[in-house]
Design a protein around this ligand. Sequence first.
Ligand code: NAD
Length: 498
Amino acid sequence: MNTIFNWVNNAPASSDSTRRNEVTNPATGAVIREVVLSSADDVNQAVAAAQAAFPTWRDTPPLRRARIMMKFRELLEINRDKLAALITEEHGKTFDDAQGSVTRGIEVVEFAQGIAHMLKGEIAENVGTGVDSHSLHQPLGVCAGITPFNFPAMVPLWMFPMAIACGNTFVLKPSEKVPSCSMLLAQLAKEAGLPDGVLNIVNGDKEVVDALLTHDDVKAVSFVGSTPIAKYIYQTAAEHGKRVQALGGAKNHGVVMPDCDLEFTVNALMGAAYGSAGERCMAISVAVAVGDVADVLVAKLAEKAAALKINNGMVTGTEMGPVISAAHRDKVIGYINAGQNEGATLVVDGRGVSVDGHENGFFVGGTLFDHVTPEMTIYKEEIFGPVLCVVRVATLEDAIALINRNMYANGTAVFTSNGAVARRFENAIEVGMVGVNVPIPVPISFFSFGGWRNSLFGDQHIYGPEAIRFYTRSKVITRRWPESGMAHANSFVMPTLG
Ligand code: NAD
């Protein structure tokens, strides 16, 4: 059995820990490798390496850091399919979906190539007589990243390229369910010329996370995962004096207006609800049918959901692969049971799906509920599986009020052909990322990604311009060069410059 260990100082690093996690191929149910669950000592070693690398890396000109990013991007392109195959193997999503997710990660590296421009500060001449001011954006030191299972390459790439381009060094703790991509990313970063110690990986679980959150030399923590853990990360790291951005779970609503292009909308909802087996933080898990569109919408969705092509994600033509684990499959099925028991109408039932030749895989079929109400468990909780709930409302204002009451506020979309409706929605909706006829409005890499309410704890969204603010601290210099003969005297009053 191949065991994945850690990556410190640009080399594989062992661990004293005897704890392991089995990594499974969800399409077959087979254990394919194992990953070490490291100890706090392993974290100390990785943070020490990152801390030692920091002074030289901080002083490396941003242009040189950018050139490493350029090379890294090239290597990512060359290895896109290798990364995508690892994603499908460990996560289960389809190969083309996995390729797309690698591309979205590469886009962040492309943005990081412009770091020299983005680190420029501001300057003002003559803020007082003979006095000038300028600002600097300086790196923080060692930053840590903790990532979820559902995007094994993209979410790590949301974090470390921006952090290290800013001049920080980094310790990554990938999801123990999907560790292989991160290890390949680190090898490619080394090949691109990243110096020893700038990017390190410690595999593990809560023990590693807690050691990072409380380590004196870790200055900032980026987290992406579920809401309860995001809250814990935010509180614990903040208590230990760190800067934190902790992105949590979601329950994203797609509002379907009677004036929408229905065929387009149904196709968009299918991909957004069932793509990646619903295991996306931007998946649409609630379709809000406004007015008389509901019956025809449900009929069309039902036909397509029942016909979804479910298989191993490596099989060409597959639309939906398995969910991540047997435990998660059972959890999703538990939600379907709850929906039925609480009175929702089960239109398409995904329980009991079996795929020929993959009888031990963790498959759940596309599931569709109608007449879901806000009190039901399937509406309130994040299912993170291929389950779409239709809620019927009378008006656009009812849809907006419903969404604004939800505890999550990651993404949302409205489907309409009416500009005034779209404008009202954009303005009134209290959600971090909004689509107009765009079902999964993940911001491109030169904007920033993040939700509101319980979908993000912290002040800065991830990647894009907000990443520069998160991974640097600013300093303002005020300076004067006294000329000989200039009048001066002791002064004990609050200085004013004018
Ligand atoms: P998770 O919260 O279970 O795990 C995320 C990370 O936290 C992992 O690295 C895990 O090892 C670690 N972790 C788990 N339990 C911990 C604990 N008790 N203490 C400390 N660390 C712990 O999430 P997941 O199941 O891997 O991922 C799915 C979740 O992530 C969903 O809720 C999804 O919505 C969310 N997600 C959010 C975004 C976003 O951008 N908002 C993106 C992707 C996924």
